[in-house]
Design a binder for this molecule. Structure first.
Ligand code: IMP
Ligand code: MG
Length: 230
């Protein structure tokens, strides 16, 4: 009986899955030791084929940053920003849509400096997960930043292309000051040298969703950050 159990445990697919998970876990331990690793896996069944009732794509979401941990850090970030920019009497917070909407909404409630909220729409990914290398800005909603003290709020700094492009655009409108705040930072994925003034969490180069971040438009509503099919 015992032998049978062992054999079941070492079938190829299980071993392959285990190894991948261990690698991800080790990467997290190395790059982001402050994060709690929770082996909470959510299986999402999507794109159910109504015709055959057979084709079903499953997605494995592994929680990387729990909701409580995010809230704790957002509160700290708000305090940090309020302290460091205390000499500013009004902050123009520019939220990068769509990914930054939840983070911005939570963050501004922890900033004690009076704020005006503006939005800028940038897209570089389309529905693909790899960066297209081209950043598109939507000029229908150009933020009013001339002479303002600006805090740009992003969901994630990956290659750095998006923030670099937005900063270039904002600088063109002569703001009085310009700071960047990002919830997540993947420094190992950077191709353009850009740094945030305020960072929530530094994570390894894994694709994440939740708390505003999406994969082809999905999973933004999740209160936690999870890796997708890692
Ligand atoms: P960058 O231009 O490569 O720095 O990418 C920034 C943008 O790509 C972010 O604002 C996100 O919209 C998207 N992005 C990068 N990495 C991820 C990820 O892991 N999950 C979801 N979106 C991501
Ligand atoms: Mg984004």
């Amino acid at each position: 009986m015992q032998g049978m159990g062992k054999m079941d445990m070492t079938t190829m697919p299980d071993r392959a899955r285990g190894t991948k998970k261990m690698r991800l876990k080790n990467r997290f331990r190395k790059n982001a030791p402050e994060l709690i690793w929770r082996r909470k896996v959510y299986i999402h069944h999507s794109e159910f084929d109504n015709k055959t009732h057979e084709t079903m794509n499953t997605e494995r979401l592994t929680e990387l940053i729990p909701a409580e941990k995010i809230q704790e850090r957002v509160t700290e970030l708000g305090a940090e920003i309020s302290r460091e920019l205390a000499s500013i009497d009004e902050l123009t917070v520019v939220c990068v849509l769509k990914g930054g909407f939840i983070f911005t909404a939570d963050l501004v409630r922890h900033i004690t400096i009076p704020c005006r909220i503006e939005f800028i729409r940038a897209s570089s990914y389309g529905t693909h997960r790899a960066s297209t290398g081209k950043v598109m800005l939507d000029h229908h909603h150009d933020p009013h930043v001339e002479g303002k003290n600006v805090l740009l709020v992003e969901d994630i700094l990956d290659t750095g292309l998006t923030v670099t492009r937005i900063l270039e655009e904002l600088r063109g409108h002569n703001p009085a000051s310009l700071h960047v705040c990002t919830l997540l930072d993947k420094p190992s994925a950077r191709t353009t040298p850009v740094k945030a003034d305020f960072t929530g969490f530094t994570i390894p180069d894994v694709y994440v969703v939740g708390y505003g971040l999406d994969a082809a438009g999905k999973h933004r509503e999740l209160p936690y950050v999870a890796s997708l099919n890692a």
